[in-house]
Design a protein around this ligand. Structure first.
Ligand SMILES: Cc1cc2nc3c(=O)[nH]c(=O)nc-3n(C[C@H](O)[C@H](O)[C@H](O)COP(=O)(O)OP(=O)(O)OC[C@H]3O[C@@H](n4cnc5c(N)ncnc54)[C@H](O)[C@@H]3O)c2cc1C
Length: 352
């Protein structure tokens, strides 16, 4: 019997399925035309009978990763969310339920509850002889679910209560791939919290690591500190050129800048870090970096030895004279006059 005749026979035998042609590999494909579970099982069973009789190669499509997928995990999660429960399912969107489950199923929740297949309570299986089975541990303790036995048409999975989770993707430049590897190795060697998981992905282009991704997950609103390593500090230098006439728009006295004779471009040194214990070392690094750059510019011949610091960018212990220059005594006198009891000294910021 030709493939076309086989397709026709399947179509004729199934009143509740419709036939569609694949533009790629399959000679024909069928999708159940009803959502009745028993109907789907019967369709699978009838189809298997014809496929077996005609010895026609075929594939079932669970979710499938091509276009036009069937039930994917996204559908399952969306349906369960209103009940505050979850199942042990896929880690990324768009993947099918059926074969993921039958193959095992590594999930963000697997450290806590096992593989997806470990959480299966029962499944409905259309097998090629002439039967639709409802398999449970009690009914068939020896019977494992596997795509080699037939077509699974229904899964019953155990649910677990689920509240907020924490996670996301961190993208690193290839330059720090060694550091990211260290974080991954440390995680694998030392982290035993079953709620935490990490996937480190090395992307290559033409044989060279082009970037590293860390998918990180914690089954809770936030992870315990340091479990995913300490994020590396962000270090930025912002160069902000203004035209030299910038300070020519006002003739009234102003505290900053202490001299309006020339307009220098701003350089903002921006270091960001997360660990409180790093405060001292990072703040000193900012000071050292500023001093180094100033000296470098002077060595190159720039006349900036007395360039004022901008108070809104300056580190907290910058001397007032570095910001306001010769204006400091005048500012202090004004301060004494308007705030003799130093109420404003109770607030933050630079103090006269
Ligand atoms: C982006 C992506 C991320 C992934 N992430 C993970 C992960 O985090 N953890 C993990 O464990 N795996 C992961 N996988 C692998 C995944 O488990 C497999 O790709 C799995 O095959 C997907 O299931 P499916 O239903 O979409 O398969 P399909 O492509 O639909 O089917 C694959 C095979 O299973 C058979 N089959 C399909 N449905 C049935 C059925 N109802 N009864 C019997 N046989 C059937 C088909 O005949 C076919 O041979 C990922 C895959 C992708 C593409």
């Amino acid at each position: 019997m030709s493939l076309t005749e086989t397709c026709k026979e399947i179509a004729a035998s199934l009143s509740s399925a419709h036939q569609s042609s694949s533009s790629q590999i399959a000679k024909c494909s069928f999708e159940p035309g009803t959502f009745l579970d028993v109907g789907i099982a019967v369709i699978c069973f009838c189809t298997l009978q014809i496929l077996g009789k005609t010895r026609t190669p075929f594939a079932a499509k669970g979710g499938g990763h091509a276009s036009n997928p069937g039930l994917v995990w996204d559908d399952v999660y969306a349906a369960l969310e209103p009940y505050g429960v979850n199942v042990v399912g896929i880690r990324v969107p768009g993947v099918g339920v059926a074969c993921f489950t039958l193959g095992g199923g590594y999930s963000w929740l697997s450290n806590q509850y096992g593989l997806t297949i470990d959480t299966m309570q029962s499944f409905e299986l259309a097998i090629p002889n002439d039967t639709v089975l409802n398999v449970t541990a009690a009914s068939d303790p020896e019977f494992e679910a596997h795509q080699n036995y037939g077509i699974v048409t229904r899964f019953t999975l155990k649910t677990f209560s689920q509240s907020q989770v924490w996670g996301g993707i961190i993208i690193y430049s290839a330059k720090v791939s060694d550091l990211v590897s260290q974080v991954a190795a440390n995680f694998a060697a030392n982290i035993t919290d079953p709620k935490a998981q990490i996937i480190t992905t090395y992307n290559h282009i033409l044989g060279v690591v082009s970037g590293v991704l860390n998918f990180i997950f914690y089954d809770g609103p936030s992870p315990p500190g340091g479990i995913f390593g300490h994020p590396s500090p962000l270090i930025a230098y912002d160069v902000e050129p203004f035209i030299p006439s910038i300070y020519s728009h006002s003739t009234t006295p102003s505290a900053y800048p202490p001299s309006r004779d020339r307009g220098l471009l701003l350089l903002d040194i921006y270091f960001a870090w997360t660990s409180l214990t790093s405060d001292g070392i990072m703040q000193q690094a900012v000071r050292d970096s500023a001093a180094h750059l100033r000296q470098l510019a002077i060595t190159e011949g720039q006349d900036i030895a007395d360039a004022a610091s901008y108070g809104n960018y300056a580190i907290f212990d910058t001397l007032l004279s570095n910001i306001y220059g010769e204006n400091v005594p005048r500012l202090q006198a004004i301060k004494t006059a308007v705030d003799p009891t130093n109420v404003m000294g109770l607030a933050g910021g630079f103090k006269f």
